[in-house]
Design a protein around this ligand. Structure first.
Ligand code: NAP
Ligand code: GFB
Length: 310
């Protein structure tokens, strides 16, 4: 099988690259340098050249809370255009199955918990990331439309917050774990306070990129339903931003100078996801413990400081 992976140079894409040698399939990883997915005829040229039979669609304009709040037009327009172009080409080039990536932050903000797959369109998302969230919701609508009109096997998976090696460590645009790893590293280096944004009270579920990579390949090869599926650790593994910050500070042996700057937004308080559908279908999947995942991410960051995204 020839499997095209869009977003192949990113956090999840690199997680996939680190495990594909275990599978007897041909994977083609593309990043924006290989093909700008914002330009339809570039995407058509890519599909003409590669003629993939399966596609894992990860490419997106991605970022943490503050990037989502400050770049809403980019988040909406780039994701809408990328998704339109990729699925259109998947249909036109008769791709047998597509797995596209949504996010639990696109679920309704005012909801009951835990969130399950049926609740995706039951109300507006949190205002901090509504532009990104609606663009991603439309990716599910577009996938379902191809299913219903043409019988295309275009499905979506819904991960929670992801972290791991090859993440984006930009101080402004990153998600919380890479941002705090970078900030604690610099704070220790310059003997300055380790500033955590907000109150530290919000709660999140975090999945390690290599775990998600395994689950995405499982979704492509083993999961035969058309409906979207949440890919997440269990509810009990939800953790506060404060605990994450203290875990990172402990790894850097820099625990005595943490400051919570409440002038920054907390964003959504929580988005507790129900992973029971996944656990019913894949009961013996082993998730990486967050302490180990964070240790690996910090070790990778320090070893690749000069070349990593930051
Ligand atoms: P990432 O590290 O930012 O990587 C994004 C990928 O998309 C990169 O390979 C990038 O290529 C590619 N890309 C962006 N714009 C492109 C364009 N115009 N043309 C071609 N390629 C383009 O993101 P990630 O964290 O791996 O996210 C992967 C998927 O998971 C996304 O769909 C995201 O929405 C979803 N997700 C992420 C999280 C999270 O916490 N990170 C949580 C839930 C869901 P270059 O690097 O070459 O520019
Ligand atoms: O990971 P994060 O940026 O995204 O932030 P969300 C999580 C929480 O960490 C928020 C706090 O409560 C932040 O206030 N935080 C503390 C920090 N210090 C920092 C810091 O230095 N940087 C960052 N970024 N946060 C995103 C959505 O929401 O979730 C995206 O906006 C995407 O669209 C992503 O879906 C998975 O979890 O709040």
């Amino acid at each position: 099988m020839k499997i095209l992976v869009t977003g192949g140079s990113g956090l999840v894409g690199r997680g996939l690259q680190s495990i594909v040698n275990k599978y007897n399939h041909q994977f083609v990883f593309v990043g924006s340098k290989d093909c700008d997915l914002l330009i339809l005829n570039h995407v058509q040229q890519l599909f003409e050249k590669e003629k993939p039979k399966f596609v894992i669609h990860l490419a997106a304009c991605v970022g943490g809370l503050f990037k989502n709040m400050n770049y809403k037009v980019d988040m909406y327009e780039k994701n809408t255009l990328i998704n339109y172009n990729v699925l259109k080409c998947c249909h036109d080039y008769k791709v047998k199955k597509v797995v596209s990536c949504l996010s639990t932050c696109i679920f309704p903000d005012k909801t009951t918990y835990p969130i399950n797959e049926e609740m995706l369109h039951n109300g507006p998302p949190h205002s901090s990331n509504d532009a990104y969230a609606y663009a991603k919701r439309m990716l599910e609508v577009q996938s379902n439309a191809y299913q219903e009109q043409y019988g295309d096997n275009f499905i979506c998976v819904i991960p929670t917050n992801i972290y791991g090696e090859h993440d984006n460590y930009s101080l402004d645009d990153a998600h919380v774990i890479p941002a705090l790893i970078h900030k604690c590293f610099l704070a220790k280096q310059h003997k300055k306070p380790f500033i955590v944004c907000g109150t530290g009270n919000p709660l999140r579920q975090f999945i390690y990129s290599q775990d998600l990579a395994k689950l995405i390949i499982w979704s492509l090869l083993e999961y035969n339903e058309k409906k979207s599926i949440i890919l997440s650790v269990k509810e009990e593994d939800e953790i506060s931003i404060e605990d994450i910050a203290r875990m990172i500070a402990k790894e850097f042996d820099y625990e005595d100078n943490i400051i919570f700057d409440t002038s920054y937004s907390d964003g959504q308080f929580k988005k507790t996801a129900d992973n029971s559908k996944l656990m019913k279908l894949y009961p013996d999947f082993k998730f990486t413990d967050i302490n180990i995942g964070i240790k690996q991410s910090i070790r990778w960051f320090i070893h690749n400081y000069s070349s990593c995204r930051k």
